[in-house]
Design a protein around this ligand. Structure first.
Ligand SMILES: [Zn+2]
Length: 307
């Protein structure tokens, strides 16, 4: 299995301060773990390229992008909300994060990779069409899905999201777009307090009670996502891969273990083999405890590799 690993050192240009859990050390922890374990040697490594305006505007209207650009501070921070801050070069990082997913999708269609992991930040799944929130500015996974549909001519893309938080931004982008199936599991009730009750043929919301552990997580995911994906028959699967539902993560109260990330990735790989020729692009979302983040991504990539 050829797995591509896409990242960029300039994702660190977005830095909301060392106190902030969504900080550049997250990507360092992931790459350090993969290097030390030797797994990185088995991956094809690429640098993200910035998203183009055309690719970005498929998900976010021009006026919204422009207003974000105008909000960039010359120094210090602009608070979009209390903990979602723009630093002077934050949008350069956000352009690379979205562009990394574009590159991953392109690699799939050029047969350069079977699957892809995008180690990028800032994350994206809370970013709605015209609203930045929850540490997210541009919806990276949505931009990747729209690229697959509009550039590569696909008819059906599935986005699955196992972050501890609901992917409200992704639901916002695709709630009226039957070309995209969005399956999101999340602690409930919990941040972001939006769209969790949204009903739609193409939106599968999978709420989980606080303290849900491995066994109930797996059972619920299988019951909720499997029939939806089987019926939808996606031509490509994208993953909003958040690792903050881990037991050791301070951000949420779900109790997943390292092995649950291996399990869910293998579950999605099986579906990819059936429907997408094995093609799957995974995009980092949350995950704030550096230790469990690094271990969980490691298990995730082992599953992508078919190990
Ligand atoms: Zn999250």
């Amino acid at each position: 299995m050829i797995t591509s690993f896409i990242t960029h050192q300039d994702c660190a240009l977005h830095d909301m301060g060392p106190w902030h859990p969504e900080n550049p050390l997250r990507l360092n922890a992931i790459t350090d773990q993969l290097m030390l374990s030797g797994l990185m040697n088995q991956l094809m490594q690429y640098k993200a390229r910035p998203v183009t305006e055309e690719q970005l505007h498929r998900a976010h209207p021009k006026a919204h992008v422009r207003s974000l650009q105008l909000s960039l501070p010359e120094e210090g921070f602009t608070a979009i909300e209390e903990e979602t801050l723009l630093a002077p070069r934050s949008l350069e990082a956000a352009e690379l994060a979205a562009g990394g997913v574009i590159r991953g999708v392109d690699q799939i269609f050029k047969n350069q990779a079977d699957n892809v992991f995008c180690a990028v930040r800032p994350p994206g799944h809370h970013a709605e069409k015209v609203e930045s929130m929850g540490f997210c500015f541009y919806n990276n996974v949505a931009i990747g899905a729209l690229h697959a549909l509009e550039q590569h001519g696909l008819d059906r893309v599935a986005i699955v999201d196992f972050d501890v938080h609901h992917g409200n931004g992704t639901v916002d982008v695709f709630r009226d777009d039957p070309r995209v199936l969005v399956c999101s599991s999340f602690q409930h009730p919990f941040y972001p307090w939006r769209y969790a009750d949204h009903q739609g043929d193409n939106i599968i919301n999978t709420p989980l009670e606080a303290h849900t552990g491995s066994k109930d997580f797996r059972k619920t995911i299988e019951a909720s996502w499997l029939p939806a994906i089987q019926q939808f028959k996606p031509q490509l699967i994208l993953i909003s891969a958040g690792f903050d539902a881990h037991r050791e993560d301070p951000m949420g109260e779900l109790n997943l273990e390292d092995d649950d990330y291996y399990w869910i990735t293998s579950f999605l790989m099986d579906l990819a083999r059936t429907y997408t020729g094995g093609h799957l692009v995974s995009v980092l979302e949350g995950g704030y405890d550096l230790n469990s983040l690094a271990r969980s991504v490691h298990r995730h990539i082992e599953a992508l590799q078919g190990l």
